[in-house]
Ligand binder design. Structure first.
Ligand SMILES: Cc1ncc(COP(=O)(O)O)c(C=O)c1O
Length: 456
């Protein structure tokens, strides 16, 4: 058996994949695509098939797959110091430099400090824990509850899983954290209230306020949400939603946690998702694009407001009894420093803001072009295509029709990698993608939709 065949066979035998059934992965024909090489915005599978990367790895490789400065920073760091910890008593130059660089970048947002970790789920966990500790330090000892949005995704640790707004990620692992409550997503396409965006923003923000009041404001630690809900299907909230949420949280002393794991570092066309809505959070969760996905890294950004309470503590209760062996791993920190330098020097968020409107507008045309596209939505270089069985009733496609997977397969054959999430196709190409590559992406996807429609 040659090496390629061996790899294909071994994968299902020995590797349990995230979000997949191990038994189903072993079934004949269930073999995942094995991606083995990347360059710019392109990847190659192990059979030599070349694909435009429409997902940036997984919302991560924002600078593409062959960014030499990031690669060089990693190699130089491996030569200098591959690892040392940042627990009390020790640190290293890259951790210090990166915290400084990130705080400088986020000064306009009111950020005072950074706490590092290994990825998005960690960043969320850190934010939830700091939120509770902040209230304890202030003497608000009953404030332990969290409120979140349905359709939200905040990773897979027990805290993040508990605030997730999709039962797919929760059921198998219940019972989860007590004291977590969910309100509706400000989702224009599917909501029980209105088709007017402003009205919807007001309704859901009022729901948040009612939930806080119902729970007792002195019991609620934080509200957590993504500035644009990503994995839930790229749900862009109405423009008034985040400003109203900020007001509600401030009115009731509830911390606002922005989960920027996807929206951070330019994906929405601004450096941070909260900037799209002109809002300052109290804690931010960062990962993915922070190191362009080259090395795992997460960070929880801490606002002045939160940091001041820890700084003022004289009792010792402000000790952060949280952190990981690999918090601020020097190689990851080096990758992030190089990434930040490029994001700023080349104004990558500005590039996104320039190229995204044409991309969004063109793919919105699929609503007319394709019989089974119900809604196309997005912002910047994140876009969701929701499929339906009936456009008038918005009935989801029956699982048996498998339309999203068929479109994804047709796109793959034509040289484009997209991602299926439930009834949605999700697109999140590298942020450095050129206009010509975006045109190619759109044309390939349109052809894939046409192909599946013709075969119906
Ligand atoms: C908004 C959001 N938060 C948290 C996470 C979890 O990140 P990770 O998979 O790096 O743990 C994700 C992952 O996609 C995410 O989209």
């Amino acid at each position: 058996m040659n090496t390629i065949e061996q790899l294909k066979r071994d994968n299902a035998q020995f590797l349990w994949h995230p979000m997949a059934h191990p038994k189903a992965m072993k079934a004949e024909g269930a073999r995942p695509d094995i991606i083995h090489r990347g360059e710019g915005c392109w990847v190659w599978d192990i059979d030599g098939h070349k694909l435009l990367d429409g997902v940036a790895g997984l919302w991560s490789c924002n600078l593409g797959h062959s960014c030499k400065p990031v690669r060089d920073a990693i190699v130089a760091q491996l030569d200098e110091l591959p690892f040392f910890n940042t627990f009390r008593g020790t640190t290293h130059p890259r951790a210090i430099e990166l915290s400084r660089a990130l705080v400088d970048l986020m000064r306009p947002d009111g950020v005072a400090a950074m706490m590092f970790s290994n990825g998005g789920s960690d960043a969320v966990e850190g934010a939830l824990k700091l939120a509770r500790q902040y209230h304890k330090l202030r003497g608000d000892k009953d404030r332990f509850k969290f409120i979140a949005l349905k359709q939200g995704y905040h990773g897979v640790h027990f805290g993040g899983m508990s605030v997730n707004g999709n039962s797919n990620f929760r059921r198998a692992y219940e019972p989860l954290l007590p004291g977590v409550f969910h309100i509706d997503s400000p989702w224009l396409y599917r909501n029980a209230y209105t088709q007017d965006p402003d009205e919807l923003g007001r309704i859901v923000a009022a729901q948040l306020e009612r939930e806080i009041v119902f729970q007792g404001p002195d019991t609620v630690a934080a509200f957590i949400a993504e500035p644009i809900q990503g994995a839930g299907g790229v749900i862009v909230p109405p423009a008034n939603f985040w400003p109203l949420v900020r007001e509600v949280c401030s009115r009731h002393g509830v911390l606002l946690i922005a989960d920027e794991v996807v929206t951070g570092f330019g994906r929405g066309g601004a450096m941070f998702g909260t900037r799209l809505w002109d809002v300052k959070a109290d804690l931010w969760c960062l990962a993915k694009g922070i190191s362009s996905g080259y090395i795992p890294l997460g960070a929880t950004a801490i606002s002045d407001k939160v940091a001041e309470v820890f700084d003022a503590d004289a009792t010792g209760a402000g000790q952060v009894s949280h952190g990981y062996t690999y918090s601020a791993h020097p190689v990851a920190a080096a990758a992030a420093l190089a990434t930040l330098q490029i994001l700023q020097a080349e104004d990558v968020p500005g590039h996104v803001a320039r190229v995204a409107p044409a991309f969004q507008q063109r793919l919105r045309g699929l609503e007319q072009r394709s019989p089974f596209v119900g809604n196309v939505r997005g912002k910047g270089l994140m876009l969701g295509i929701e499929m339906v069985a009936d456009k008038a009733t918005k009935t989801p496609p029956p699982k048996s029709s498998d339309i999203p997977a068929r479109v994804a397969k047709a796109a793959y054959r034509r040289g484009l990698m997209v991602r299926v999430s439930g009834a949605n196709l999700i697109l999140s190409p590298p942020l450095v993608i050129s206009e010509a590559e975006l045109d190619l992406l759109c044309g390939t996807l349109e052809a894939a939709f046409d192909e599946v429609a013709a075969g119906q």
